[in-house]
Design a protein around this ligand. Structure first.
Ligand code: CU
Ligand code: CU
Length: 467
């Protein structure tokens, strides 16, 4: 059947169309502008937060509205909104509230029930941290999020990790006799994650920082092959401090992109040695991540331990200030002035905390091979809450170790081997005890699991410890 040939249907359709049309005109004339738009008209959004202790840490607690009683509540706003945040001191300690991404910071307040207020405008979608900038308070838990619009920031900078796993070491050489050992390395320039929201073009050995841990024994003849990736923009090389010979191998390994060089050396002196790229400007190549270590075991090897770790310290000189977001650029001027922005263990901020912490159990003995790539800063190496039972100072493995040491000094381009037993479970923080560097990215965790040991340590964790 054909509908269009049916007269009744046609009249009926036209009549309904007319009614609908008239109704629409009346609606349009009487109604205010569409309700949906009224919702997105920018306005003032007010929040009140009170500082306090909750669940064993320090927090901001929401006051009133949807966030009442919520710890570190998500604050919400739309692009174009004016924000008004009132901070009330609920515990009497000194506090403030800052949102550095949005250029907002309150004054610091002290004393119970003292107050402060900040006003600022949000312009674009994104998720922004708010926190207390009093040293240690953010780490103790005073941190939350302001979500503007959809909450997704325009393109947060991400790149693959360049952090070398600190547990990634070859097996001990042990008691074998001297032999020939082949070492293959490749220099690669990669964009990697430097910190949360920040990327950097690292220059590496084998794509990670530090480069691979190389393990030989005294008397071994080592044949080194250095390949420079075809995708490299620079010439690279390698200088092993374990080498007796010109440039530690650097003279023989200046390698153009896409090419390969080689040299051989006999490992005459046992010890733990740094290696690094030695192509001018050497400090620039090292800073960008071109360092690692080679262990030359003494005859008979090292005494066995339960766990070995490989950790190296370095510093980065970026044009942008520490904690900047986006792709960060190298600064030759800051390198020349030895004023780094960021310090790192194993290449990246957070590399040995969130990403790849060291892990062990109570009752175990650990050995850390620790070196400073630098290029410039010495390290006052320390593990918070532990004492080094043995320190092989300057990484000399043929001298008697120092015993019972708190902090050991490691020169730029130098190393140390430390050993200690784990008696008490918990989170131990590796630092350079020049602690301003902790605020610039330099921290690593040693996570120790096991039963509490109250004979050795007993105490309840208090809020604000940052541990
Ligand atoms: Cu605070
Ligand atoms: Cu290089």
């Amino acid at each position: 059947m054909n509908n269009s040939s049916h007269p009744y249907n046609k009249v009926s359709s036209l009549k309904w169309l007319g009614i609908l049309l008239a109704f629409s005109i009346i609606l349009a004339a009487c109604a205010p502008q569409p309700a949906a738009k009224a919702q997105s008209v920018p306005g003032t959004v007010a929040y009140t937060l009170k500082t306090g202790m909750g669940d064993g840490k320090m927090v901001f607690i929401g006051v009133g509205g949807d966030i009442d009683g919520v710890e570190n509540p998500d604050l919400k706003a739309q692009p174009g909104d004016m924000l008004e945040i009132t901070l009330i001191d609920g515990d009497g300690a000194m506090h403030d509230i800052v949102l550095p991404d949005l250029g907002a910071a309150s004054e610091q307040i002290t004393g119970k029930d003292s107050q402060t207020q900040i006003h600022f405008k949000v312009e674009q979608d994104g998720t922004f941290a708010y926190y207390c900038s009093v040293p240690g308070h953010r780490q103790a838990g005073m941190e939350g999020k302001l979500i503007v619009g959809s909450g997704s920031a325009p393109a947060a900078a991400t790149a693959p990790s360049i952090v070398l796993d600190p547990a990634n070491l070859p097996e001990p050489v042990g008691s074998r006799g001297p032999q020939k050992v082949m070492v293959d390395m490749e220099t690669v320039e990669v964009e990697g994650q430097l910190a949360d929201g920040a990327t950097y073009t690292f220059w590496t050995f084998n794509g990670k920082v530090p480069g691979p841990f190389i393990r030989v024994r005294v008397g071994d003849t080592v044949e080194v092959h250095l390949k420079n990736s075809i995708s490299s923009g620079m010439v690279h090389s390698v200088d092993f401090h374990a080498v007796t010979g010109p440039g530690g191998g650097a003279v023989a390994t200046q390698t153009k992109p896409g090419e390969e060089t080689m040299f051989t050396f006999q490992a005459l002196n046992p010890g733990l040695y740094v290696y690094h790229c030695a192509t001018p400007s050497v400090a620039h190549h090292i800073s960008n991540g071109m360092y690692g270590m080679i262990l030359v075991e003494p005859e008979g090897g090292l005494p066995p331990v339960d766990r070995e770790f490989y950790v190296m310290q370095g510093e980065l000189y970026t044009q942008q200030a520490h904690a900047s977001k986006g792709h960060l650029e190298f600064s030759a001027e800051k390198l020349a002035n030895e004023t780094p922005e960021t310090y790192v263990f194993n290449g990246a901020v957070g590399g040995l905390t969130q990403e790849l912490p060291l892990k062990a159990n109570t009752g175990e003995t650990v050995r850390i091979f620790f070196g400073v790539g630098g290029p410039n800063k010495i390290s006052s190496f320390h593990v918070i809450g532990e004492i080094f039972d043995r320190v092989f100072e300057q990484a000399s493995l043929t001298s008697a170790p120092l015993t019972d040491v708190q902090t050991t000094l490691v020169p730029a381009g130098g190393a140390v081997m430390v050993e200690f037993k784990l008696e008490v479970p918990g989170r131990y923080i590796m630092v350079d005890h020049a602690l301003s560097r902790l605020e610039r990215g330099l921290a690593g965790y040693l996570l120790v699991e096991g039963e509490p040991n109250p004979d050795v340590y007993e105490g309840e964790a208090q809020p604000g410890s940052g541990h």
